[in-house]
Design a protein around this ligand. Structure first.
Ligand code: AMP
Length: 680
């Protein structure tokens, strides 16, 4: 949490009241953030009643014991909100608890013989928990909220959501469509009404071509083989949106803020929705028109888990040579295991499965991302077919969609991102956590209603410079502060170690020269570079900041075409005061920063040169006379001393390096001659 609310503005939180999970967020001048308590931010939308009909557990404890209490653990009540019993007949097969007809034939839940509850009451319990979470995080009473609902919710479903808020003691000041909230979280439809300026940016829009003095990147990350084992903690699997080398398509970077057509692709655990919106900025604020929706109420990541479970069960049966009736607890364990495997394969190319079958037997197999993608293709295609249907309903070709926003945990799957990118011909927005983006957007709407102003950081310039870490902890700036957006910059980098196959791209923001004094925005690894001598790989790094201030960083090793990319929103969590402070600090420290950067560059250069000299001596050392050999050794020793000294004089260091380089020209010539002779 960046700050606590002041008394200046009323507190209006944003709530994503989800089918599976719910979240509460708040937005101040520095942008939206999820509110957390000791149990984190996420609250499973699950409530368990006891035999007396009292609430026994809420959230995670209720969800974790759902199998033991199938008829009194209520989940997915959102599917019943504001619906008549006749509307929900096709849901009943999926819900183990008793759904009955209440007043006016509305859908209710029979939790005990004497107790019937409405979906609104159950949702109110969830909302009350979120309210308490928010109050704890903010240290203030929370009475007002913006709550999100699916775009297709009808009036009765929206009213039921308002009622749930009222029962929970919350004034629902606005109901916002979930896809609109996602768009708001990305700053779409917020800010200036005028279009971005056409002024060329300082770094130029043409990519900078090969930089012969390519700087070596930071130390590689040693990401070895990844394997998954039942004994591992499955929770520990990374779930961040991460780098995605599989994205295709170019970013269209001249979007009109004031009027845009946006597709929101929301693929969660059990449901899929796609919405096409037209967002218009008016004097009164954002107006969203839902142009078309489509989806499948039973399509989600759970299906993929099921595919993996079926594969495992089938193979175990074959291995043991007999049909096995797996008990529910084993099936549940398989499900968790399958989900962990799926998540692992979103981040790695390969996972190792290992299941202890008892009596000294075990099931072992490796699974690659390619294999999973083959299994998943018909499943992803179902979602793509819904997108095509929505486009047809909207009477729009895919190229008329300005932006695609990804929502829901299953949009972390690379194949999903790839296929969505291909359909719409654009890189989808994935910078924000897809599980949080709706709540964040609801909070943005709340802040607009509360009169909190973030416009200053949503202007059409980049407030602080953007760059990446290079060897030795220096920052190479690619986009300078005050550059007009959209902006693009490309620079060439290289490796510093022999045979280096991975490089880390660490993205930084700030005006200072060293990594330690800048703000870290994120990082990703470019992997699979073929082993080459240090300095030979050509790693082209491109920064593209689009009209909404979303930064896309991509890295391509030009010889092998290996690529990776990540998307970030640089201005999140940044206030005007922080920008000002960082600017002032950069001025105060300008001289010492320049010297520090210069020393890092000198050290890097010295190490490279000394390594080259060593190689040359190994090659042609026999041909050198003693006096020349001694001269080289002396010059190298002087430079080495500068490298080892903590704070050497930069000018003297420069002179020594120059002297060493000049003294070794003859050596280099002899080495080249020798190489040429060898090649003939
Ligand atoms: P949601 O309903 O939005 O919370 O999404 C939950 C679904 O997203 C579940 O099926 C999760 O298994 C899935 N999910 C979460 N993270 C990942 C990931 N990194 N790769 C694939 N699926 C994921």
């Amino acid at each position: 949490m960046s700050s606590t609310p002041t008394n200046e503005h009323p507190i209006i939180v944003g709530i994503d009241l989800g089918t599976t999970n719910s979240l509460v967020a708040w937005c101040d001048e520095s942008g939206p953030c999820i509110l957390e308590d000791e149990n984190g931010g996420n609250l499973p939308s699950v409530v368990r009643y006891d035999e007396q009909g009292n609430v026994a557990a809420i959230g995670k404890p209720a969800r974790d014991h759902a199998v033991e209490f199938p008829t009194t653990t209520l989940f997915s009540v959102k599917r019943l909100m504001g619906r008549g019993i006749a509307d929900v007949q096709n849901e009943l097969n999926y819900l183990p608890y008793a759904v009955v007809a209440g007043e006016h034939n509305t859908a209710r839940v029979q939790v005990t013989e004497d107790k019937v509850v409405s979906p609104q009451e159950v949702s109110a319990i969830i909302l009350r928990e979120l309210k308490a979470k928010a109050e704890k995080a903010l240290g203030k009473t929370v009475e007002k909220a913006v709550v999100t609902v699916p775009a297709y919710f009808d009036d009765a479903q929206r009213q039921a959501t308002r009622d749930a808020g009222r029962i929970a003691g919350l004034d629902v000041v606005r109901i916002v469509n979930e896809p609109t909230a996602a768009a708001l979280a990305y700053g779409l439809g917020v800010g200036e009404v005028d279009t971005p300026s056409e002024t060329p940016n300082k770094t130029g829009s043409d990519p900078v071509s090969l930089n012969v003095n390519a700087k070596p990147l930071a130390q590689p990350n040693e990401s070895g083989t990844v394997s998954l084992n039942t004994k591992f903690n499955t929770e520990a699997c990374t779930t961040g949106s991460g780098a995605d080398p599989n994205l295709t398509g170019e970013l269209d970077d001249d979007l009109d803020h004031a009027n845009s057509t946006v597709a929101v692709f929301d693929l969660g655990g059990g449901t899929f929705d796609v919405s096409i919106l037209n967002l218009q900025q008016t004097e009164q604020g954002i107006v969203d028109q839902v142009v078309a929706t489509s989806g499948d109420t039973h399509l989600g990541g759970d299906d993929v888990d099921r595919m993996i479970v079926e594969l495992i069960q089938k193979e175990i049966t074959v291995q043991l040579g007999q049909e096995i009736d797996f008990p529910p607890s084993t099936r549940q364990a398989f499900r968790s295991f399958a989900e962990a495997t799926k998540i692992r394969l979103s981040n790695s190319e390969y996972a190792q499965l290992e299941i202890d079958l008892g009596e000294g037997r075990s099931y072992q197999r490796s699974i690659t991302r390619d294999e999973l993608e083959e299994m998943m293709t018909p499943w992803v295609d179902r979602a793509i077919a819904c997108c095509k249907e929505a486009l047809k309903k909207a009477d729009l070709p895919p190229e008329d969609i300005d932006r695609v926003i990804m929502v829901g945990g299953s949009t972390r799957i690379p194949l999903v991102r790839k296929k969505v990118g291909e359909l719409f011909g654009t890189v989808p927005y994935t910078a924000l956590n897809p599980d949080e983006v709706v709540a964040l957007g609801a909070a943005v709407q709340g802040s607009i209603l509360a009169g909190i102003n973030r416009d200053m950081l949503l202007l059409d310039v980049i407030p602080l410079s953007l760059g990446i870490e290079t060897l030795g902890g220096a920052v190479a700036k690619l986009v300078m502060s005050n550059t007009t957006i959209p902006a693009k910059a490309t620079e060439m980098f290289t490796t510093h170690a022999e045979g280096q196959t991975n490089v880390k791209i660490h993205i930084l923001q700030g005006e200072r020269e060293l990594v330690k004094d800048c703000r870290s925005l994120g990082e990703f690894d470019l992997t699979g570079i073929p082993p080459m001598p240090a300095g030979l790989p050509k790693i082209e790094v491109t920064f593209l900041v689009d009209a909404n201030g979303v930064l896309n960083v991509s890295a391509v090793e030009k010889r092998s075409e290996k690529a990776a990319r990540v998307q970030i929103i640089p201005n999140h969590g940044l206030t005007r005061e922080e920008v000002d402070r960082m600017e002032t600090e950069s001025m105060t420290h300008a001289r010492e920063d320049m010297t520090a950067h210069q020393l890092i560059d000198l050290r890097n250069q010295a190490r490279l040169d000394m390594r080259a000299i060593e190689r040359q001596i190994n090659k042609v050392g026999d041909e050198l006379d003693d006096a020349y050999r001694v001269e080289i050794a002396q010059k190298v020793a002087i430079v080495q001393k500068f490298v080892d000294t903590e704070n050497p004089d930069a000018n003297e260091f420069h002179v020594a390096l120059d002297a060493m380089d000049k003294a070794t020209i003859r050596l280099a010539e002899l080495a080249i001659k020798q190489t040429l002779a060898e090649e003939q």
